[in-house]
Ligand binder design. Structure first.
Ligand SMILES: [Zn+2]
Length: 340
C-alpha cells in the first residue's frame, strides 16, 4: 500500500520527497508575518517520525547548524519514516539574539500551550499540533546559557522508557545526565505523551562550537540508525560508551569579584580541589572556589566576573570516575575542545 503524503500547514509532502515549508506563527508589531521554517523529509517507506529542533531558546545557535548539516548528510533523502527538521523554533528570540520571547517568557516553559493564550502559549500550541504530537521520537538541541558552556551531554529521563535510554546511549555524547523534567518544557510535554525524547546540551549560547556541532550531527545519525530510519552500517565503529552521571551540582562564587578558573571543561576534579579563585581587582581579597564532590566539570562560566552565589562550575558525579575520565579524554582527542 502506498504511503500517505505528510501534511503540514496546508502543504502536502509526497512519499519519497522533501520540502521546506514556512509555518505561519505570528506577526511582529508592524504586522510583518513571521514563519517557522521547517524541512520535511518524507521517506518512501514507513518508519518513525523524528522531530529534531534547535533554538527553542533563541540564542542557542549550535543546534541551528546541527540541523543544517544533518539535512545535507549522506542518505537523508532515502530515509525510512519522516524527519521533521526545525533549525529555529523560537524565531522571535533568534531575531533578538535572546533566549526568550518578546514578553520575556521562556518558550520552553510554555507547553502544552493554548491557541488563545499569550504569544508563548500560542507558539507552543502550534508546535504541539503541527509537530510534537506527530513525532514518535524527539531530539531537542540546546547549549549553555549566555557566557556558560557545556561539555556535550544528553539529558533524558532514563527510567521512564527503555527506548529513551537506548537512544541516549546510541547518541554517543560523553556524558548522560538523568535529568528531572521542567514543567512546561517540550521534553516534559513530549514525555507525557510517551514519546522518547532526548535533550542534547552542548557548547555556549551565541556561538558556533565545532566540538559541539560535529558530535551532535553524528549523534543524531546514530539515533536514526538505532530506530531504523537510516540503514545500520556494520563497518562503523560503535559509539564510545557514554557514562551516566548519578547527580550533579553547581559550585558557586564564594565572594563578589573576578574569577580566575583553575580547571577546564571536562576536567576530572576531586572533592576539595580548587576550581577557581575569585578576587577583587588587585587580588588582595580573594577566596577559593572548591569542588564539593569528586566528578567531572560538565559546564562552566566563561565570564570572569561573578557575584557571590553565582553558579560557576557544574560538576557531575559518577560511580565509575575512571571510566568517565577516559570517555571524556577520548572525546577530547577526537574533537578540538577548549582547554585551560
Ligand atoms: Zn536551552
Amino acid at each position: 500500500m502506498a504511503r500517505e503524503a505528510f501534511t503540514i500547514a496546508g502543504a502536502q509532502i509526497e512519499p519519497g520527497t522533501r520540502r521546506q515549508i514556512n509555518v505561519p506563527v505570528a506577526k511582529l508589531y508592524t504586522h510583518t508575518p513571521l514563519h517557522i521554517p521547517v524541512e520535511i523529509v518524507h521517506g518512501r517507506q514507513a518508519g518513525p517520525t523524528l522531530l529534531v529542533c534547535g533554538a527553542i531558546h533563541g540564542d542557542e545557535l549550535n543546534g541551528v547548524e546541527i540541523v543544517r548539516r544533518l539535512l545535507r548528510s549522506r542518505g537523508i533523502a532515502r530515509l525510512r519514516g519522516t524527519l521533521i527538521a526545525v533549525p529555529v523554533v523560537n524565531i522571535f528570540g533568534f531575531l533578538q539574539q535572546s533566549r526568550y520571547l518578546p514578553d520575556r517568557r521562556d518558550l520552553n516553559r510554555s507547553f502544552p500551550g493554548s491557541a488563545n493564550g499569550s504569544l508563548g502559549s500560542r507558539i507552543a500550541a502550534l508546535l504541539r499540533e503541527e509537530m510534537v504530537d506527530r513525532a514518535t521520537h524527539i531530539i531537542d538541541l540546546h547549549t549553555g546559557a549566555i557566557h556558560r558552556t557545556n561539555l556535550p551531554q544528553i539529558r533524558a529521563q532514563l527510567q521512564e522508557n527503555d527506548e529513551t535510554r537506548a537512544m541516549a546511549e546510541a547518541f554517543g555524547a560523553p556524558v548522560i545526565l538523568n535529568a528531572e523534567l521542567r514543567e512546561g518544557s517540550l521534553r516534559a510535554y513530549a514525555q507525557s505523551r510517551g514519546a522518547p525524547v532526548l535533550t542534547y546540551e552542548a557548547g555556549e549560547a551565541l556561538r558556533f562550537d565545532e566540538w559541539a556541532i560535529a558530535p551532535g550531527v553524528r549523534g543524531i545519525r546514530r539515533v536514526m540508525r538505532l530506530i531504523g530510519m537510516l540503514p545500520s552500517d556494520g563497518r562503523r565503529r560503535a559509539p564510545p560508551a557514554a557514562e551516566i552521571a548519578n547527580g550533579s551540582s553547581w559550585a558557586r562564587a564564594p565572594i563578589d569579584g573576578i574569577l580566575r578558573p583553575r580547571v577546564a571543561l571536562g576536567a576530572r576534579v576531586a572533592a576539595g580541589e580548587v576550581l577557581g579563585v575569585v578576587a577583587d581587582p588587585f587580588g588582595d581579597d580573594e577566596a577559593e572556589l572548591l569542588a564539593n564532590a569528586d566528578g567531572i566539570v560538565i559546564g562552566m562560566s566563561n565570564l570572569p566576573l561573578a557575584n557571590e552565589g553565582e553558579a560557576l562550575f557544574h560538576v557531575a558525579r559518577f560511580d565509575e570516575i575512571d571510566d568517565i575520565e577516559s570517555a571524556v579524554e577520548d572525546f577530547q582527542s577526537r574533537y578540538d575542545t577548549p582547554s585551560a
